[in-house]
Design a protein around this ligand. Structure first.
Ligand code: SER
Length: 315
């Protein structure tokens, strides 16, 4: 039996997609691999978990050979604000790590899922109804690595016939594992703060509109794309997907319906605000809808209700 490898398995998306993949394909067929982030109990006890630095090509190859891997969900990466703090490390992990995965995919003929981002766009991209194919001149190192990743994945498909596929994730909201070093982290922190302290200090200013997605939609999107009929895919990498285009006050107002005494203040982080200001407000995800049937299930109201219920059980 051939198996799926998930890198970045202890991260925000990894820690949620691994249990979904285990359930869908059987625990024995999923190999979760993390680096420094400590995995939670569910991840450790639900199936195999190993340690890997994706910058180490031999380590990548060893895992692939040992576990008879046929598909890699390559989620190991630095997010936008963390990348801006250490651009050299961002390049090393996000690009050299991906290059190792793609080279191994070429050698062993594997399929690869690559998560791109709204960060792959820049200030000269149309911010409203951002088309699937448009100007991409990102001004952050994170965006540069994500755009390079999209292009590299397309190149490996066209040049070597490697089955690469990928999405441009917007901010992903979830209650299980906190994101670290992202510009959209506020949209996760706000829920924890609302439930725990009934107050939140937001680092992006009022009116900062960005696309967002609730985690169950994000994990389902990745798996649906990997299972899609390749004959229907006109694009392969960097599919725009979104479920909601929202501002901090939109989330605040929705949370207040459940927690009426919740309050929010703003203390702007200039670095993350500048990153957010360079990103689109609302992506057009019609290519994903057309080519492989993408449909989000959660809007702001449904997500907020579930986030609060789950966090109340947790904190
Ligand atoms: N959530 C990501 C970030 O903020 C966007 O891809 O970096």
């Amino acid at each position: 039996m051939k198996r799926i490898l998930v890198t970045g398995a202890a991260g925000q998306i990894g820690s949620e997609i691994v249990p979904v993949l285990r359930k869908r394909y059987g625990s024995d067929n999923i190999v979760a691999a993390g680096h420094k982030t400590v995995p939670d109990r569910e991840l450790l006890e639900g199936g195999s978990f190993c340690q890997i630095d994706v910058r180490d090509y031999n380590a990548v190859e060893n895992i692939i050979e040992k576990h008879h891997i046929h598909t890699i969900y390559h989620l190991a990466a630095l997010l936008s604000a963390a990348s801006e703090k250490d651009p050299q490390l961002a390049w090393d992990v996000n690009i050299n790590g991906l290059r190792n995965i793609l080279e191994a995919a070429r050698k062993f003929n594997l399929s690869v899922f690559f998560p791109s981002s709204i960060g792959a766009f820049g200030p000269s991209t149309p911010a409203e109804n951002t088309p699937q194919d448009t100007i991409q001149r990102p001004t952050t190192i994170y965006g540069i690595t994500k755009l390079t990743g999209e292009l590299l994945c397309d190149y490996y498909y066209k040049r070597f016939g490697i089955d690469t596929r990928g999405l441009r994730f917007p901010g992903v909201i979830s209650y299980k594992t906190m994101p670290h070093g992202g510009t959209t982290d506020y949209a996760v922190e706000i829920f924890y703060a609302a439930v725990k302290d009934k107050k939140y200090e937001c680092f992006l200013k009022q009116g900062t509109r960005l696309d967002m997605l609730y985690m169950p939609d994000a994990t389902r999107a990745a798996i649906e794309l990997m299972e899609a009929d390749p004959a229907k895919l006109i694009h392969r990498n960097g599919f725009n997907i979104t479920a909601m285009s929202i501002t901090p006050e939109d989330i605040y107002n929705e949370i207040k319906k459940h927690i009426p005494d919740f309050t929010m203040t703003y203390t702007i982080d200039p670095m993350r605000q500048a990153i957010a200001d360079s990103w689109p407000h609302r992506m057009d995800d019609s290519a994903a809808r057309r080519e492989w049937g993408w449909r989000p299930e959660y809007n702001l109201a449904a997500m907020t209700k579930e986030m609060i219920e789950r966090l109340l059980e947790k904190v």
